[in-house]
Design a protein around this ligand. Structure first.
Ligand code: FMN
Length: 306
């Protein structure tokens, strides 16, 4: 799975769903893409209201499925289910700071505070599947506990193949600039994450010893950025990309869910453009797919065939 100098698409809950991944893939045929985080409880329980529990990845190319949870056996079961669904690798979330995950569930970033549990989960997941396993973590819990190296050493001992490191602590959430430590000498390749936006960041990551980079928020409204950073170009007609993305979302979720869900994407795609505030206000009131299609077509002056 892992090759040197790859540019990964980061997991973004509520964003990197199957429709968004399809759009990323159109611009970056070979990029490794991580799914939104998937709860091991929800997945193993087969909760029907969560569509991603039933995704198949066979036709998606290099897609890693990210799981979160604190239950060792359930995490292993979840990894097996995702392997059977065609995921190319399994990623374990060890960085999510939101209270629902990191404190109440004892998962995500909480695993940075409990290295024994983290080790037990990594060990069980690696043993459960034949595909590679990675982890995604942060520098540590807070400024006084930047012990990412310890966690990476445990990961390597468990057979984890590589790790993405977000250059912030749990306490920092998403605030302040990400700071990437020098990672020369780690036993497994480390992917730099946090504020990756341009070609300069790729060079900086390589200098610091990283094996690649992972792009998160820079993809919002610009799902072509990974393709662009890999030598491709931005689309000549953004409107047709937006319309295609909407069609994929309608196909996947159905109009009742897709239309309101697409509002944030419409806002991101149109950010900074003339009359975008007005466009956003109108889109935020829409519930009908045809109306939304027409508004997008008019705003960008295009249709699906463009
Ligand atoms: C809306 C949103 C959702 C996220 N969801 C996840 C997630 O499901 N799993 C995860 O490991 N990280 C998640 N993250 C963290 C990102 O993957 C990434 O580590 C972080 O945004 C820093 O990278 P960036 O500066 O390139 O955005 C999320 C971040 C945002 C802003």
């Amino acid at each position: 799975m892992f090759n040197d100098k790859q540019i990964f698409a980061a997991p973004l809950a509520g964003v990197t769903d199957r429709p968004f991944r399809r759009i990323i893939r159109e611009f970056a045929p070979n990029a490794p893409i991580v799914t939104e985080m998937i709860s091991c409880h929800s997945l193993v329980g087969g909760h029907k209201n969560c569509l991603r529990n039933f995704d198949r990845y066979d036709d998606e190319g290099a897609v890693g499925a990210q799981i979160f949870g604190a239950d060792v056996a359930l995490m292993a079961d979840a990894a097996r289910i995702l392997q059977d669904a065609g995921a190319k690798w399994i990623d374990i979330n060890m960085g999510c700071p939101v209270p629902k995950v990191a404190t109440r569930a004892g998962a995500g970033a909480f695993l940075m505070r409990d290295h024994r549990l983290a080790g037990a989960i990594m060990d069980a997941v690696v043993r459960a599947v034949q595909i590679p396993v990675s982890v995604k973590t942060r520098l540590g819990w807070d400024d006084n506990h930047k012990d990412w190296r310890d966690l990476i050493n445990i990961a390597a001992d468990c057979g984890v193949r590589f790790a993405a490191l977000h250059g912030r602590t749990r306490a920092q959430l998403y605030l302040g600039p990400a700071v990437w430590p020098d990672v020369h000498g780690t036993p497994i390749p480390i992917i730099a994450n946090g504020d990756v936006r341009g070609a300069d960041d790729l060079a900086r990551a390589a200098d610091l010893g990283y094996g690649g980079v992972m792009v998160g928020r820079a993809m919002l409204g610009r799902p072509w950025i990974i393709g662009q950073l890999s030598g491709g170009s931005a689309p000549a007609n953004v409107g047709s990309v937006v319309l295609r993305h909407l069609e994929y979302a309608l196909e996947y979720y159905g109009a009742r869910t897709a239309v309101p869900m697409f509002r944030k994407h419409a806002a991101w795609y149109s950010a900074g453009m003339q009359n975008s505030a007005d466009f956003r206000i109108r889109v935020n009131q829409m519930t009908d797919a045809d109306e939304l299609r027409a508004a997008i077509g008019k705003f960008w002056g295009c249709d699906l065939t463009a």
